[in-house]
Design a binder for this molecule. Structure first.
Ligand code: FES
Length: 159
């Protein structure tokens, strides 16, 4: 999804067009997009405005996991794959999500509603197993709870 260049300019100004702020610039820019992804034309625009090359942007994007390498679904489901969540049976939640969404971890549903990914611990161990959906954390997960959550998100799809 192409981003409004005026919004990108605002982000660049916020960081004083600093080359060393490239990572937060790219992260803020991807947050403007429904698909959480900065497409090539906008990456090239950012490169020009920062006096960098497109290859510079590509290398930084490839290195930092927080910068998405492909378009994401509207709801970005990040399932914690670290030790406490593993002990608390995150595999059951993962299997359910894969079954009900019809995708594997790392994939996006055909309707572009959901992307399912693993993520390392994000500090919600006390409520594990936990997931983050578009930065909001949900914990003490059960299949019933996940089922209800997906139904709510599907119901909110026109928002
Ligand atoms: S181990 Fe899963 S949130 Fe910490």
């Amino acid at each position: 999804m192409e981003v409004n260049k005026e919004r990108v300019e605002e982000i660049l100004e916020q960081y004083d067009f600093r080359q060393d702020a490239l990572v937060p610039i790219l992260m803020d820019t991807q947050n403007l997009c429904d698909d959480h992804y900065v497409e090539e034309e906008t990456q090239r625009y950012i490169a020009r405005r920062l006096n960098l090359t497109y290859v510079d942007i590509y290398e930084v994007s490839s290195f930092f996991s927080a910068i998405n390498k492909a378009p994401k679904g509207k709801y970005h489901i990040q399932l914690c794959d670290s030790s406490v969540c593993r002990i608390n049976k995150k595999d059951i939640i993962e299997e359910y999500l894969e079954d009900v969404l019809g995708i594997r971890v790392g994939e996006t549903t055909a309707d572009k509603m959901f992307t399912l990914e693993h993520t390392p611990c994000f500090g919600a161990c006390d409520i594990s197993p936990a997931i983050r959906i578009n930065k909001k954390v949900y914990g003490h997960l059960t299949i019933q709870k996940v089922k209800q959550l997906l139904a709510e998100l599907r119901g909110a799809k026109d928002e």
